[in-house]
Ligand binder design. Structure first.
Ligand code: HSE
Length: 436
């Protein structure tokens, strides 16, 4: 039986999962591919650490070049993450004619174009199913199962850390910083959580998904980005009262030739499927003109779920090599010369309804002042909630608007913030009512 000789860079959580799967499911993988998938070598900065696996004749080395420069490997699995040194190592592996499988979303989102060109030049494959939503097979679904569709909308919950934090804030009625600290203590959130909580990780994944869905160049830098640090527990409780849930939503919507391209916290109806995606789970929704809306749900991170996706790419590679189908699938679903750049919809064109929360002095005339500014900007209100308690400095004033534009909201809130009766920076959260 032919052998696919595998080298791996990185032996952390996901690396352990990949090694475990490859070492313990050899027969199953051989049946499914017609090849022996052999983990020849793992390079890690901590080769001496015991990972509790029986590694047999798999070599563990501290020298990353023993993997990327090797001539006894067919494929390199990159699980180091980040850009430096992963970008150079992946480039080197491809230069030396090795295929690459990676779970690195930042690398693909920011340097995918350069790396796909290199892969093409060297006649190797670069696969990245594990880079988006862990075990959820969404790259495959978009690139293969939805190939006959014109896609106009893709959205999802692409960051498990944020979804876990928002879920815990709601269930335990705790503020953001307390839930984050707890998640860090339990190992669910990184010591430096900014990639997750500021929306960057979700935006990397959205950039990859939308490039495939809309046949565009990878364009992470044009995503409008807002994280969840400023979401207060009171916003979450108000959302509950109004039958909504707050989610960090990554969304790309193509309307009349313009792309809405955003990662931001939004309120979604409590009965919607997207609201039901809780805790560390991820979900992606894709709307195609023939398929309608499809949903993909599962675990977006962790040892076994991410390893499952990495090994799926190795299995695809083995099948392609055996059948002579190497290069069958362009990385973004179409050859590079078919990729386009779509104009991005600006704030003036982005319509929606909004939740507004102010902290105002509890005295006569305040609501009139605020609503006069909203009226001047053509913003009409659907609902207003005020809880008056005159013995406190400021009381919450909650408003829900009718359909308006983001630009009008931004201008009106800028003016409202300067009122003497407004005691804190107003909060605005978009309401997405039309999602599955
Ligand atoms: N940090 C990511 C998350 C997982 O919390 O979903 C890896 O992309």
């Amino acid at each position: 039986m032919e052998t696919l000789r595998i080298g791996m860079l990185g032996f952390g959580t996901v690396g352990r999962g990949v090694a475990d799967l490859l070492l313990n499911k050899q027969e199953l993988l051989a049946q499914r591919t017609g090849m022996k998938l052999r983990l020849v070598r793992i390079a890690t900065r901590t080769p001496e650490r015991d990972r509790g696996l029986r590694l047999g004749n798999t070599e563990v080395t501290g020298d990353l070049h023993r993997v990327v420069d090797a001539d006894d490997l067919d494929v390199v699995v990159e699980l180091i993450g980040g850009i430096i040194p992963a970008r150079d190592l992946v480039g080197r592996a491809m230069e030396t004619r090795k295929h690459v499988v990676t779970a690195n979303k930042a690398l693909i989102a920011e340097f995918g174009a350069e790396l796909f060109a290199m892969a093409n030049a060297h006649g190797v494959q670069l696969s990245f199913e594990a880079a988006v939503a862990g075990a959820v097979p969404v790259i495959k679904a978009l690139r293969e199962s939805m190939a006959g569709n014109r896609i106009d909308l893709i959205y999802g919950i692409l960051n498990g850390t944020c979804n876990y934090i928002l879920t815990e804030m709601r269930l335990k009625k705790l503020p953001f910083h307390q839930v984050l600290a707890d998640a860090q203590a339990k190992g669910f959130a990184e010591a430096d959580p900014s990639f997750d909580v500021d929306g960057i990780d979700a935006a990397h994944k959205l950039a990859i998904l939308s490039a495939i869905a809309f046949r565009t160049h990878l364009d992470f830098s044009r995503i409008s980005l807002e994280g969840i640090r400023h979401i207060a527990d009171v916003d979450i409780q108000w959302a509950e009262q109004m039958d909504y849930r707050i989610k960090l939503l990554a969304l790309a919507r193509l309307q009349e030739g313009l792309l809405e391209f955003a990662v931001r916290p939004v309120m979604v109806p409590r009965q919607s499927m997207v609201a039901a995606v809780e805790g560390v789970h991820n979900a992606v929704f894709v709307r195609g003109d023939f398929a309608g809306t499809t949903m993909y749900h599962g675990r977006g991170a962790g040892e076994r779920p991410t390893a499952s996706a990495v090994v799926a790419d190795l299995v695809d590679l083995a099948r392609d090599l055996r059948s002579g189908g190497k290069g069958r699938l362009p990385p973004l679903g179409v050859p590079v010369h078919h990729l386009r750049t779509l104009p991005i919809q600006n704030a003036a064109q982005r319509h929606g309804t909004f939740y507004l929360r102010l902290a105002v002095a509890d005295r006569p005339g305040v609501l009139a002042e605020v609503s006069a500014i909203l009226a001047r900007h053509g913003i009409s209100l659907d609902a207003v909630h005020q809880e008056g308690r005159s013995h406190v400095e400021a009381v919450p004033l909650i408003m829900v608007t009718h359909e308006t534009t983001e630009e009008r909201i931004a201008l009106a809130m800028g003016e409202i913030e300067t009122l003497e009766s407004v005691r804190e920076t107003p909060r605005t959260i978009r309401i997405e009512s039309g999602l599955a």
